[in-house]
Ligand binder design. Sequence first.
Ligand code: AMP
Length: 309
Amino acid sequence: MKHEDPYSGKPLVVVGTVAIDSIRTPFGEREQVFGGSASYFSYAASFFHKVSLVGVVGEDFPPEYRRVLQERTIDLSNLKTVSGKTFAWKGFYEDDMNSAKTLETHLNVLASFDPEISLNHDPEFVFLANVDPVLQLKVLDQLAKPSLRFTACDTMNYWIASKREDLLKVLARVDGFVLNDAEARQLTGEPNLVRAAQIIRGYGPGCVIIKKGEHGVLVNAYNRFFALPAFPLETVFDPTGAGDSFAGGMMGYLSVTGDTSFENLKRAAAYGSVMASFAVEEFGLEKLRKISRADLDERLHLFKQVSHF
Ligand code: AMP
């Protein structure tokens, strides 16, 4: 470990959405729950390392949601509150719990957000969580310092369809790209994921991490492949946030260890998988709020047993 105290050292910086979600799954329905790519990511990463969140919310954002992040000592000094409504997403899952169907996306305050980031450190690890690629670029411009060691991003079908050129500009500037199988196929037009990963590496990122929901994850990094199954779960209650929790676990582990080698990326992807497996067991952030670092380590141990031969 690079840092004896995981909460010392330079925080991992994330930009993404802080949202109010409405979700329907085969197990139930929830209105106005706390969500967003940066929220799930920060919460998950905070099990490993200090996190600084860059984002925007409207005046309607409930103070209790802010407290959920503060409880984890996530730095919110770059989470701006502006007049207007918070980003809101409404979606549902049917039999295929691997892919969310979007019913409504209301960008609200995100549409005009122009981040001005102030940090009292030069960041080393940065994650551009799922958000408008134009915003991801603005953050990259402000953080493009010699101190940067590993920058990674995420996206989704919404942005691949509407802001493809801007997304390609982001990809040309990051070290890692975390996306799901459907997004990899949509972006490249290539149905085979091994080939899709290679095509995406050609866009820029040296590490491409393709999540396949209940089928695990495929990593193509530094010209090498690595595959992991998903932790076998009997009940997947709400998949929302699984991808962001995976990324938070992975980046949190990478930043606290300060090691971006292929071998450590494997361990980071395993922690990401374990984090995602907890996240889907209850609605929203409910399950992550109940677990500890010891629970993560215990499940990682089990995960090793079921996937080792
Ligand atoms: P995932 O980890 O992929 O399940 O992401 C779930 C989160 O993504 C939800 O909490 C939503 O608020 C958020 N989200 C949905 N649509 C978008 C979008 N177009 N851009 C950024 N975040 C989104």
